[in-house]
Design a binder for this molecule. Structure first.
Ligand SMILES: C[S@@+](CC[C@H](N)C(=O)[O-])C[C@H]1O[C@@H](n2cnc3c(N)ncnc32)[C@H](O)[C@@H]1O
Length: 344
């Protein structure tokens, strides 16, 4: 048990109770997958929920070992608490849940335009393969560490909801030969891919992020699209309000595992890799959803932490009427890059 889950487990035990299945928990940065699932579970319970992700609560319940928190609340999981008592958690929850609709829209649009191959890098406990209405024939590759994917599979075993999509779990550290593992799992680099890199880049150093993007580009057919989350700088302890030792543990985990990501403005970084990108600010996304600014991303502070939600597309090949002429490319039009536009 680590600091985060210790704070979560009532009576110091994670034994299955109330019919809850005991499953080995991910550790280290894998815990962030659970924290994200908690935010989605909490959001799903709201009357004005931005989305409903019923499996998110199954992950939380399985991790904590009980379905019961105080009153009708979710059980506590480290800093995550469903009672409004932690400013840090309120802020993190608004952030993690608030970015979800952006990527839902991106996926629906990208798949609505006929693409049938999705790769989620750092997939964590993402349940979009079940939650979104994906077309038959869609394959969703979920890439994450073995610990996270084992936990996910353990919780879903026996009561996995139906999905029109085929899910393929690829258990590997993204600093290893993940492209080889993905290909071996059936990935087809001749087909356009919908890449989803939500909440991952900050856990990589600039060279690791560059290597990841170069690998993505090397196996992306024309027509591929990409979405990721991007922080403007490293997070720091003074970015987050701390209420108690549970908050301190998560703040330490988040700041110590933050490796800075690409460290270059997103459009320039993606352009260097051959992509045309567009950014959206999380705070503006939340405002459009009628949600307040999370304290973590308060733009009024000096040197504010900002989260940009990025979509990008590869230039599209254009065939000349003369079959022998060299292939030209054109920049993708706005609607190919922008996740908020409706499908053509
Ligand atoms: C904040 S969670 C986001 C999970 C998911 N994308 C979501 O939004 O629900 C970050 C995920 O990235 C994964 N991750 C971080 N570094 C990784 C690495 N080097 N290799 C594979 N997965 C990694 C973690 O295990 C974790 O599941």
């Amino acid at each position: 048990m680590n600091d985060l889950t210790a704070a979560a487990s009532p009576a110091g035990s994670r034994q299955a109770r109330e019919g809850v299945r005991a499953t080995a928990l991910p550790t280290g940065v894998g815990i962030t997958a659970l924290i994200t699932a908690y935010a989605r579970a909490q959001e799903s319970r709201r009357r004005d929920a931005l989305f409903v992700d019923p499996l998110a609560e199954s992950f939380v319940v399985s991790a904590v070992g009980t379905a019961a928190g105080t009153g009708n609340a979710l059980p506590r999981l480290g800093p995550a608490r469903d009672d409004g008592s932690s400013a840090l958690w309120t802020s993190l929850c608004a952030y993690l849940a608030g970015r979800t609709p952006f990527y839902d829209r991106y996926l629906e649009r990208a798949l609505g335009n006929g693409r049938r191959q999705v790769v989620m890098l750092g997939a964590g406990l993402d349940t979009r393969a079940f939650r979104l209405p994906l077309a038959t024939g869609t394959t969703v590759y979920e890439v994450d560490t073995p610990a996270v994917l084992d936990f996910k599979a353990g919780v879903l075993a026996g009561h996995e909801p139906a999905s029109a999509a085929e899910r393929v779990l690829v258990a590997i550290d993204l600093r290893e030969d993940w492209v080889g593992a993905l290909r071996q799992a059936g990935f087809d680099s001749g087909r356009p891919t919908v890449w989803l890199v939500e909440g991952l880049l900050m856990y990589l150093t600039a060279p690791q992020a560059d290597a990841l993007m170069a690998a993505i580009t090397s196996i992306s057919a024309p027509g591929s699209v990409f979405a990721a989350e991007y922080l403007n700088r490293r997070s720091r302890m003074d970015d987050v309000p701390i209420s108690d030792s549970g908050d301190r543990a998560v703040a330490e985990l988040l700041t110590s595992s933050d490796r800075g990501g690409p460290g270059v403005e997103p459009e320039a970084w993606l352009s260097r890799h051959g992509w045309v990108a567009r950014r959206s600010d999380l705070v503006e996304e939340l405002a459009a959803l009628g949600r307040p600014v999370p304290a973590l991303f308060d733009p009024e502070r000096s040197d504010p932490l900002r989260s940009w939600l990025i979509t990008a597309a590869l230039p599209v090949p254009v065939r000349d009427v003369d079959e022998d002429a060299p292939m030209q490319t054109r920049r993708p039009v706005d609607s190919e890059v922008d996740s908020s536009a409706t499908p053509e």
